[in-house]
Design a protein around this ligand. Structure first.
Ligand SMILES: C[S@@+](CC[C@H](N)C(=O)[O-])C[C@H]1O[C@@H](n2cnc3c(N)ncnc32)[C@H](O)[C@@H]1O
Length: 276
């Protein structure tokens, strides 16, 4: 697209659209994000034949099919992730959290939630750690991991379980051998043994009430709260603590932290908290 064809956004249009995004998805777009937002949506507007953001916004509100919001969400979310991201979390999970839970969880019903799972690297990494830790006792456990995200685009990749060699390179060689099958020269698919351990669902963290019947022992909610403002973050953290078992762990991203005012939350180590 040449610069002549660029569809510009007015201040009012930006405010309208960013208020909509914040109200529905929590994502807070400061004025500085104007260029990024317009850049990401150029193709969407062009494909749908809009030549201004007001018409696009009205279409968004009027569209009953749900397609317009799916496309918007796929464009406005930042889905960057990788296997073993913030690796010390996984080592703490393996060395402290799993040994504690394996002794203390009732009925061998271990409940883990990856709350902004993007294309699946985080929940699959957790599933591989759980598999390795439980070893031959694994069949005695129900240790399925719930993995949710708001973006349909990344959930599709996650469900496929297909990653190229570059993406799986941070994983130990043994895991690459045991938990992946080569499907062509560059791609690998995660084995059913691990794939079946992760349940992917679309879920918006802005839901006012979380619908889970049982509380979780572990929640990973990493690198999503950076897109929210303080009030939205605090409200989300409170809901997550309500969804955690006593003694359960919440992992957030290393650049995120939790307000001291959150009730029942004990700081354990950087970006790891526990419900007390
Ligand atoms: C940067 S990725 C983080 C992935 C992974 N947790 C990690 O740390 O590598 C952030 C994810 O949060 C998701 N997200 C953003 N807003 C959300 C919301 N309101 N509800 C659920 N997921 C959301 C995005 O779609 C994106 O995939």
């Amino acid at each position: 697209m040449g610069t002549d064809n660029v569809i510009k956004i007015t201040n009012q249009e930006f405010q309208q659209l960013s208020a909509y995004i914040k109200a529905h998805y929590g994502i807070y777009l400061k004025e500085e994000k104007k260029c990024i937002l317009t850049g990401r949506l150029q193709q969407v507007l062009a494909n749908q034949g809009f030549n201004n953001f007001t018409d696009y916004y009205n279409h968004l509100l009027a569209d009953k099919s749900g397609k317009a919001v799916v496309t918007l969400v796929d464009q406005v979310t930042t889905n960057h992730t990788f296997f073993m991201r913030e690796a010390d979390h996984f080592y703490f999970f393996r060395d402290s959290v799993l040994p504690y839970l394996s002794q203390n969880v009732k009925n061998k019903d271990l409940r883990i939630w990856s709350a902004a799972c993007s294309s699946g690297e985080e929940p699959y990494t957790l599933a591989m750690f759980v598999d390795e830790f439980l070893g031959k006792d694994k069949p005695l456990w129900d240790s399925k991991i719930l993995a949710t995200d708001i973006s349909s685009k990344v959930l599709k990749i996650a469900k496929s379980g297909v990653y190229d060699s570059q993406r799986i390179s941070p994983l130990p060689s043994l895991w690459k051998m045991n938990y992946f099958q080569k499907i062509d020269n560059s791609n690998h698919v995660i084995t059913n043994k691990i794939k079946n351990e992760v349940i992917f669902r679309k879920f918006n963290l802005m839901e006012p009430v979380f619908p889970f019947k049982k509380q979780f022992h572990v929640i990973f909610c990493r690198n999503v709260m950076i897109y929210f403002d303080a009030e939205t973050r605090n409200a989300l953290v409170n809901k997550m603590f309500d969804s955690l078992e006593n003694g359960g762990y919440l992992f957030v991203g290393h650049s995120e932290s939790i307000s001291k005012e959150i009730r029942g939350c004990k700081y354990i180590k950087p970006a790891v908290y526990r419900k007390e």
